[in-house]
Design a protein around this ligand. Sequence first.
Ligand SMILES: Cc1cc2nc3c(=O)[nH]c(=O)nc-3n(C[C@H](O)[C@H](O)[C@H](O)COP(=O)(O)OP(=O)(O)OC[C@H]3O[C@@H](n4cnc5c(N)ncnc54)[C@H](O)[C@@H]3O)c2cc1C
Length: 396
Amino acid sequence: MDFSLTEDQELLKNSIKEFAERVISKNLEEMINSRRIPDEIFSEFRRMNLFGVSVPQKFGGMGASPVEMGIIGEEIGRADPTASISVLYLVHNSWSYLISRYGTELLKASTLPKIASGELITGIATTEPSCGSDISAIKTRATKKGNSYVINGEKSFISLAIDIKERGGGFVTSAKTDPSKGASGISLFYVPYSERIEISKLEEMGREGSTWGALRFNDVEIPAEYLLGEVNRGFNIIHEGFELARSIIAVTSAAMALRALDDGMDYIKERKAFGTTVGKFQGIQFQLAEDVAKMEAALTMGYRALWMYGEEQAERRFNRFQVTREVAIAKLLSTVWAFDAINDSLQWHGAYGYSKNNLQEVALRAVRSFQLAEGSREVMKMIIARESLGHDYYRK
Ligand SMILES: Cc1cc2nc3c(=O)[nH]c(=O)nc-3n(C[C@H](O)[C@H](O)[C@H](O)COP(=O)(O)OP(=O)(O)OC[C@H]3O[C@@H](n4cnc5c(N)ncnc54)[C@H](O)[C@@H]3O)c2cc1C
């Protein structure tokens, strides 16, 4: 067992750290005020090849491993308390990965170079107004018409929706190809944004720079080659995207919390009450110790999930169920603990912590999203229980 990074991974970590500290911190205030990710972030992402992290090198990407994707996610997570840049990074790259892995040659050749260059942004569209956790209940239909599929239906709570509409890109989209078969009748498609997709903006609690939207597909015709993998296998394939995104979320949440704890430590070393610095009170020290211990553990679990995911994808070891379980453990604990740790740091700041746009306040609202996005904490518990008790105990 070796927990160290390779020389190349250290270089990657340092370059992303430098980028994140310099570019993200410079743009933070503007992002919080405008509630959009500034253009400079997009152009810096292009310069650093951060839109091509999961895209193979032959299509212009970085061809990074899942662990390397986590290294980047960690550094962005530390620098971005709004989690918006983290979401741009992890949603785009996790779901582009499925195009690299399951796309037809035609789809890959026509999209991947543009995905890698940031000309096309990738989102995931699976949740619908009437169902989220229960993917088997989706109503969106894909009907075969000659050498095309025609998509009709509605999706909701879709991250990056407005960015994709304005900047170009598409959605990895789940749709029923055989409604009589439940989960076994779902297929996955790449659906490029077009005017036949009506997109409306949704307002959210945190993630200041992010955009969030509802989609209506009105007879959206796409080439049959935009199917990802085999027809009616979408339910299985989509979980490979979820697992990658969930593992990066585990690392990102831990990094956001560790940053908030660092800020909290700086504050309690200075702030005085009852004739001494607040950091000398054991009541605060014990809370800090528990938070640090939990978040360091969560970070390690996130990397373990990413490493297992990479091993399974390369068919070296582990099966899908083992990976699903470890990913769910990492995402559940990291997102719940991170919320608590950031909340503690907010508390140590007293009334300053509760003030609008204070780092802890921004991070608390942002990190809360990760207890829902890419699979809720209850769904993570369902997975862990199912994989621990056995599938006979799984009740849909
Ligand atoms: C910030 C944010 C970003 C998102 N981005 C995207 C995106 O880009 N693309 C996309 O497709 N979706 C996105 N979503 C949607 C997200 O995936 C869903 O919110 C999530 O899957 C839960 O679905 P739901 O909201 O429909 O809740 P429901 O499935 O309706 O569940 C309601 C509540 O019941 C709980 N629950 C459900 N089943 C069980 C059970 N068996 N046992 C116990 N509790 C249960 C749920 O955890 C939840 O708390 C996003 C959501 C958020 C908050």
